[in-house]
Design a protein around this ligand. Sequence first.
Ligand code: ATP
Length: 379
Amino acid sequence: MSAITLRELTKVYPNGVRALDALDLEIADGEFFALLGPSGCGKTTLLRTIAGLEVASGGTVRIGERAVTNLPPGQRDVAMVFQDYALFPHMTVRDNIAYPLRIKKVGKAARQDKAAATADELGLSALLDRRPGQLSGGQQQRVALARAMACHPQVFLLDEPLSNLDARLRLEARTFLKRLQRELGVTTVFVTHDQAEALALADRIAVMEGGRIRQVGTPTEVFRRPANTFVAGFIGSTPMNLVPARVDGDALAVAGVRLPVPEEARGEVTDGEHLVYGVRPEYLDYSPDPVTDALTGQVVVVENLGSFSLVSLDVLPAEDGTATSVQVVVPEGREPEPGDTGWVAPRPGRSLVYRDGELVGSAAAPPVPAPRTGVGADA
Ligand code: ATP
């Protein structure tokens, strides 16, 4: 078993920066888990503290049944792949892959066999005698993964594993990494600042801000039901629309119109209270003709994004006079022109309300599905 359990994990650097602030987190055995957040939120510090490369200032780290908080990295049975891969330039691919086995005093023949077998699994057999300088970025990344795999660690820790690759190679490497993790079934934690990468790869994601975790959930949960406006703004290729709103009897006054109170917030809001209404651009339907329960306004920008367009409308001002713009995803062939008047209606069950930045109606949260574990599951 190689679940990772963090309790009140805290890291304060000597300069006083509190990079991790009493984090509690459980990562299941076999899970592919993403640490996501903006620059400086503490992702790398968290990964390095799990690895033992940083000493925790407080709290505990457990891997499986073992308390590892005070163990050095070499005794934690984890393998870390660094952002720059950290390959030895003067060594061949074979020797790079075999290096951790050499440190573990595995005999030469055995480690060369193991290196060749691991290289074979990752499609590197033809490159065993090259040096890192003679490889592409994608190949170097595979060598770094092979080196990590050769020791059969309990846990893989990957720091921005795809960030050194160009856009096309990154997509290929993403698919490769996901398949590899599934096949190996090894608990894997990876750091990324790219929300699309986290959504595409991870079984679950922790979204971090300022040394704290703002939400943990599956990609679907953090996308559809962000727990707070921070996550709502961070997840998604376009941020969620967040519009000031006021409860008006049994409805919400939003941008000059009355909309039904979102289902899960019914009975949780009080007449007259000020809230924020949230709906993703993907969950709004655009209409050139008036429709009920819709926001309305003038189209100001139409951005062509291939099979769909992102349309920005200036909707009616809020009651306090604040001008608001709303974005909506419109399928190919149905795009309006700038200057048109349009209506945008939220799809049923897809709008949310936030009070003081936190989701209203969390009591009605759907159950969190158990993370996938083991080889071949969910394949
Ligand atoms: P990025 O995406 O930019 O790599 P991150 O989320 O990984 O950021 P960390 O590198 O963990 O963030 O840094 C968290 C905070 O700790 C930041 O404020 C950073 O400046 C600070 N920090 C990181 N390393 C050190 C260090 N060795 N000494 C002092 N402060 C540090």
